[in-house]
Design a protein around this ligand. Structure first.
Ligand code: TRP
Length: 453
C-alpha cells in the first residue's frame, strides 16, 4: 500500500540528506554537554561501557525499527502509528506512542533550549575575550554568575527558541540540509583540536583511565538507567523524531547501513568530547561530578590558554549552537507535523504554537538554576525533573513500544519489505534483537530501578 506514498511535508533530496539530518538530530548537546557530565557523575569507565552496550543492543535495533515505521507510515508519528496499527490489524491505541513522543519532545526541548542558550551566550563571552589567560577559579565564577541571572538566561533561551521556530517554519529541506553539511566536519575537526590540547595538560592518561577503565563498584541500578536513557537521548530515539525523519526518506535507501553510520558518528563525537574534557578536569583539580556546568567550566580554560584559543573558542561555541539547532528542530517536528495534519494550521502557525508552549515550559528550567533552585519534587529541581522524566522514563518506554510494535505487531513481510534484507542473517539478527533483547533489557532495567529485582 505504501509503495508510492510520499509525505505531504516533503521528502529528503537524497540518502545523504537523510544521513545529514538524522546525524544532525543525533549529534547535539547530548554528546558534548550531557555525555561528559553524566559520565562524571556516574563514576566514569563502567558507565561508559554500559552506555556503549546500550547503543549496540538497544539503540541501534530500535533506531532501525523507528526509521522503518516512519518510512512506511509517512505521516506524523501519531498518524503513522495509527495507520500502521490498522495495516497490521492491531488496536489503534498504538497511536498513543505518538502522543507520548510529542509530549516528550516538548519537555526535552524546554530545557534543551535553555542549555543551548548558555552555549549561545558563551559565543559572545568567547568573542569578548572573557576566557583569555584565566584559570579554573575565574571560569567557574563566570559560569556561576551567569546562571544566577534569570534575565540573561531568558534572553538567550528566547533567542534560541526563535531560531528553532524560524528554521522549522521553513520546512525540512531548505536550510536544514545545508546547515549540517558544514557543521559535522567542522565540529569533528574542533573536537580533535581540543583532544590535542587535552594531551598537553599532563592529565591526559588520567582522563583516559577515568573514561575507559571500568570500576564496577561504582555502578548502581540508577546509573544503568541513566546510561540506557542516554543511549535513547543521544540517538534521538523513543519520541518520534527519527520516525518523522524516516517518513521523509526515499524508498530505495538502505535503512540499516544508514543507521550504523549515524549511530557510529554520534558515538565517536561523544567519546571525543569525553577525551577532551576529563584531562582538563583532572589537570585543574576540578570535580568530575560537578554537573550540568561541566563543559562550561572546563573548555573555556582550554580556550583561554591555548594559542589561537580566542578564535577556536568562538568557533567551538558557534558550532555547538548549530549542533543544538539541528537537534532542536527534530524535537519539535513531530508536534508541528501533527498540528498541520490534524488541526488545519499551516506550518508557520503550527511552529508558533509549539514554540510558545516550549518557551513557557523552559522558564521552569531557567528558574531552577536561580530563583527556584530550592524548589524540589522527589529531591529534584525542575530541570532535573524534566530530564529524568524524559530521558529515563518516556524515551525508554517509547523505544520499548516501538520495538514491540516492529517486532511483534507489524507483519513480517512488511518489515522485510522496508528493510530490503528479507531472510538474510542481518534481518534475523535485527528481528531477534528487536523482539527479545531490546525490550527485555529495557524492562529489566526498569524492574531493577523500582526494586523488584
Ligand atoms: N540527540 C540529541 C542530542 O544528543 C537530542 C535530541 C534531538 C533528542 N532529538 C531528540 C533526544 C529526540 C530525544 C529524542 O543532543
Amino acid at each position: 500500500m505504501t509503495d508510492t506514498k510520499k509525505s505531504i511535508h516533503g521528502e529528503w533530496s537524497s540518502r545523504l540528506a537523510f544521513i545529514l539530518a538524522a546525524t544532525g538530530s543525533a549529534v547535539g548537546l547530548g554528546n558534548i554537554w550531557k555525555f561528559p557530565y553524566i559520565t562524571g557523575e556516574n563514576g566514569g569507565g563502567a558507565f561508559v561501557l554500559v552506555y556503549l552496550l546500550c547503543i549496540a543492543f538497544i539503540g541501534i535495533p530500535i533506531m532501525i525499527a523507528e526509521t522503518m515505521l516512519g518510512r512506511r507510515g509517512r505521516q506524523s508519528p501519531i498518524n503513522t502509528m495509527e495507520t500502521l496499527a490498522a495495516e497490521a490489524e492491531a488496536d489503534t491505541n498504538w497511536h498513543y506512542v505518538g502522543w507520548m513522543g510529542v509530549i516528550a519532545g516538548f519537555l526535552i526541548l524546554s530545557y534543551y533550549s535553555v542549555i543551548a542558550g548558555w552555549a549561545s551566550a558563551y559565543v559572545l563571552k568567547a568573542f569578548t575575550g572573557s576566557f583569555s589567560g584565566t584559570g579554573a577559579t575565574e571560569i567557574k565564577a563566570l559560569f556561576d554568575g551567569f546562571v544566577a541571572n534569570p534575565a540573561q538566561l531568558i534572553f538567550w533561551h528566547t533567542l534560541f527558541m526563535l531560531a528553532t521556530m524560524l528554521i522549522v517554519a521553513r520546512g525540512v529541506r531548505s536550510g536544514l540540509e545545508k546547515a549540517v553539511q558544514f557543521l559535522m566536519p567542522g565540529l569533528f575537526v574542533l573536537m580533535i583540536l581540543l583532544v590535542g590540547y587535552a594531551m598537553t595538560t599532563g592529565a591526559y592518561e588520567q582522563g583516559l583511565e577515568f573514561l575507559f577503565s571500568p570500576d564496577f563498584s561504582k555502578i548502581t541500578g540508577d546509573s544503568v538507567l541513566t546510561a540506557m536513557g542516554h543511549a535513547f537521548f543521544t540517538l534521538s530515539l523513543g519520541m518520534g523524531a527519527i520516525m518523522v525523519y524516516g517518513s521523509y526518506l526515499p524508498k530505495d535507501v538502505s535503512i540499516t547501513k544508514t543507521v550504523f553510520l549515524i549511530a557510529g558518528s554520534d558515538t565517536i563525537v561523544a567519546l571525543l568530547a569525553g577525551i577532551a574534557i576529563f584531562p582538563i578536569v583532572f589537570a585543574n583539580g576540578l570535580e568530575a561530578g560537578s554537573g550540568p556546568g561541566l563543559i562550561f567550566q572546563t573548555l573555556p580554560i582550554a580556550f583561554g590558554n591555548m594559542s589561537g584559543g580566542w578564535l577556536f573558542g568562538i568557533l567551538f561555541f558557534v558550532m555547538l549552537v548549530f549542533a543544538a539547532l539541528t537537534s532542536s528542530i527534530s524535537l519539535i517536528e513531530p508536534a508541528v507535523t501533527w498540528l498541520v495534519e490534524n488541526r488545519d494550521l499551516d506550518r508557520q502557525q503550527a511552529c508558533i504554537w509549539a514554540g510558545l508552549v516550549t518557551w513557557l515550559l523552559g522558564l521552569g528550567t531557567v528558574f531552577s538554576f536561580n530563583l527556584w533552585s530550592d524548589f524540589t519534587i522527589f529531591g529534584r529541581n525542575i530541570f532535573q525533573l524534566m530530564d529524568y522524566l524524559t530521558a529515563n522514563l518516556l524515551l525508554p518506554i517509547g523505544g520499548f513500544l516501538v520495538a514491540v510494535f516492529a517486532g511483534w505487531i507489524m507483519k513480517q513481510q512488511h518489515s522485510e519489505q522496508e528493510l530490503q534484507i528479507p531472510g538474510t542473517q542481518g534481518y534475523q539478527v535485527w528481528k531477534f534483537l528487536v523482539c527479545y533483547v531490546s525490550p527485555a533489557a529495557v524492562f529489566l532495567v526498569f524492574l531493577n530501578v523500582v526494586g523488584v529485582i
